[in-house]
Design a protein around this ligand. Structure first.
Ligand SMILES: Cc1ncc(COP(=O)(O)O)c(C=O)c1O
Length: 377
């Protein structure tokens, strides 16, 4: 990609330290690294390699294409596609040796037929809905659905899993506890039915770091914590203190592309919304809402230039933002940090999330593909 004066810098050493700390701090030290959505915007191939090297046992994606991208990069580790996929995708899934998730009979039959046709045994994890009610077989049908998989000679039942709905909200521990109980009951039902499954996983980042299912000695699927972001933006935590120190892996950076000094009363950008209170240096920075710098940030968001927090001088435009640097002098080419650290100051994804009424996940996933990723190794 051609160089532009704006980029997302991903610190792969920070990612590695995060994964190592997570692996060390989870109940069975058995972590699947969630790298869907291009590793939450961080770059799936690079992050997957580092996560595996730092101790993850496998990878999780949302789409077949995401798994295929990893395979094409030469990654041979187990890759779980975490929900059922359209039958048209099954050949791709099976042919690339991805692990399928199933919960409906139709999907099991269609996947099995494709695997048989291709002469390839397809590894399968059964997803159970223990209370999130997004996808999965009801606990009462889990054994029957597992048998459907087992009865198909071209499918191999290698895992059973579920997903937590409120793990990063300590005020909803009752929900998490009920999901853990429901999952434990499913594991017991499978055992009573003499069905053995190698991989059993339930916890996400918050669940794993808070050890919510410790007694069950499960594997876990960790996403957001790897990237150094706490799941709950409001408290900037995982709902309660956890035993790991995490570092954000992504910074969003740019260079000042234009500088003007404007008089008090003048205003900038669409709508000329906020007249300057005094003569000010205005820095133009070449990143905008098409890059993931959401327009709503202009009112209360801040960026870092010269080691100081600076306000937006006007609304965010599609490709550029305008920053009020007050009486300070700024040059074209000066460094700008929109997410990350500069000197003693830091702007975090969760700071943006709080301003935008969202979560850190959406912030990094929202840094669009036209922002080049660079990697600190
Ligand atoms: C099924 C499933 N498992 C695990 C995760 C990882 O969650 P987190 O990023 O909170 O660790 C996700 C993320 O959305 C998910 O959908």
């Amino acid at each position: 990609m051609a160089q532009r004066w704006a980029w997302a810098e991903v610190d792969l050493q920070a990612l590695r330290r995060n994964v190592e700390a997570i692996v060390a701090n989870t109940t069975t030290h058995t972590v699947w690294a969630v790298v869907k959505a291009d590793a939450y915007g961080h770059g799936a191939v690079e992050c997957a390699r580092v996560a595996l090297d730092a101790g993850a046992i496998g990878l999780c994606v949302a789409l077949v294409d995401e798994g295929v991208t990893l395979r094409r990069a030469g990654i041979a580790a187990p890759i779980l596609v975490m929900s059922e996929q359209p039958p048209e995708q099954h050949r791709h899934l099976v042919g690339n040796g991805l692990i399928a998730t199933v919960y409906n009979s139709e999907s099991i039959a269609a996947l099995g037929a494709t695997a048989e046709d291709m002469n390839i045994v397809c590894s399968v994890h059964l997803k159970v809905d223990t209370g999130m009610h997004r996808a999965g077989v009801a606990p009462s049908n889990a054994v029957a659905r597992a048998r459907e998989v087992l009865n198909h000679p071209w499918l191999s039942l290698d895992g059973v899993f579920s997903h937590l709905a409120t793990a990063d909200d300590a005020s909803r521990n009752d929900v998490t506890e009920s999901q853990v109980r429901a999952f434990a009951a499913v594991l017991n039902d499978l055992k009573d039915a003499d069905i053995e499954v190698e991989h059993r996983h339930l916890e996400n980042s918050a669940g794993a770091l808070r050890h919510v299912a410790e007694v069950l000695r499960l594997e876990c699927r960790v996403g957001i914590a790897m990237y150094g972001i706490a799941g709950d933006a409001a408290s900037n935590s995982f709902g309660s203190p956890v035993g790991v120190q995490l570092e954000p892996a992504m910074s969003l950076k740019a260079k000042v592309s234009h500088v003007q000094v404007l008089e008090a009363g003048e205003a900038v950008s669409y709508g000329l919304r906020r007249p300057l209170a005094s003569r000010s240096t205005i820095a133009t920075v070449p990143l905008g809402y098409a890059d993931g710098v959401r327009r709503a940030l202009w009112e209360r968001g801040e960026v870092l230039i010269g080691g100081k927090r600076r306000r937006f001088a006007g609304v965010v435009t599609m490709d550029q933002v305008l920053i009020d640097c007050g009486a300070d002098s700024v040059q074209v080419g000066d460094d700008v940090v929109l997410l990350g650290c500069q000197g003693p100051e830091e702007v975090s994804a969760n700071e943006w999330a709080r301003l935008l009424g969202t979560i850190g996940y959406e912030v990094t996933c929202g840094i669009s593909a036209r922002v080049p990723r660079t990697y600190l190794r």
